[in-house]
Design a protein around this ligand. Sequence first.
Ligand code: B16
Ligand code: MG
Length: 213
Amino acid sequence: MGLKAAIFDLDGVIVFTDKFHYQAWKQMADEMGIYFDEEINNRLRGVSRMDSLEIILERYEGEPLSDARKEELATQKNDTYRELLKTMTPDDVTQEVRDTLAELRRRGVKISLGSSSKNAKFILERVELLDAFDAISDGTNITKSKPDPEVFLKGAEFLGEKPEDCVVVEDAEAGIDAGIAGGMKTAAIGDAVNCGKADYTLTTFADLLDIFV
Ligand code: B16
Ligand code: MG
């Protein structure tokens, strides 16, 4: 099949930080008197921080906010979020994920991260998984967020592989769309399975080993 590399989304695939994003945005929204619930939080999956803020502000009914004020709100949310991330430990990554990444490497598969998050390295350090990746493409090296393919194209480039030789592993439809737009193969796990667009469907993370035989 010629597949040489796997590019992994972080949040929802390797770790689950949804609950922390929710708590941090909820605190900001409550202070601003903006309605926010878990359904709205689900729309933020894979979406950049500033785009997430715009989605939350759809429910804001006050005077228009300046760009500076929006930056302030995003920073406030991120400060709360990072405090919550500090509670993460290596136990927040399953043994299945660790073993599968190690086995892929043993089989010669190159491994990159492809996350919209600017906190990706911090999270991987907390859970002691940074060494499992040959390259990190994240929110700090992109200007356009998913469904734009930039984060995955950068991941392939960092690995020195062609997009068509890479599989993108994603839990969000926007991420599957990004992988397709980048000319990559796609593997859906979790919620992304429902969109029905991915080349492969993963019931468990270890199912990846059936793709890279
Ligand atoms: P940050 P992923 C995404 O990570 C999250 O799913 C999304 O909820 C978040 O808004 C985005 O990262 C940006 O995160 O505020 O930490 O830069 O799923 O692409 O790994
Ligand atoms: Mg995700």
